[in-house]
Design a protein around this ligand. Structure first.
Ligand code: FES
Length: 77
């Protein structure tokens, strides 16, 4: 058995082959709105059933990026 196939990131959007990693990279690359994320990844543009899961992942990645930024600035909220 090829164990490498088990290490592949799970696709959140099966139609467009978008993984959580792809979303994290898109956010890190400047996708600061959901529209920009869709433009970069094309997630949700097939059947659309992944919309809520993609949106939740986008929000989590944005929150991580914001937390990282406030941590770098030494701010606490
Ligand atoms: S699973 Fe994402 S558009 Fe179909």
């Amino acid at each position: 058995m090829d164990l490498a196939c088990l290490m592949r990131p799970r696709k959140l959007c099966l139609c467009k082959g978008v993984s959580r990693q792809d979303i994290a990279e898109a956010v890190a690359g400047g996708a600061d709105t959901f529209r920009k994320l869709i433009d970069k990844t094309h997630a949700t543009t097939g059947c659309g059933t992944c919309y809520h899961e993609i949106y939740a992942a986008f929000r989590e990645e944005r929150e991580k990026a914001a937390a990282q930024l406030t941590g770098q600035m030494g701010l606490k909220f």
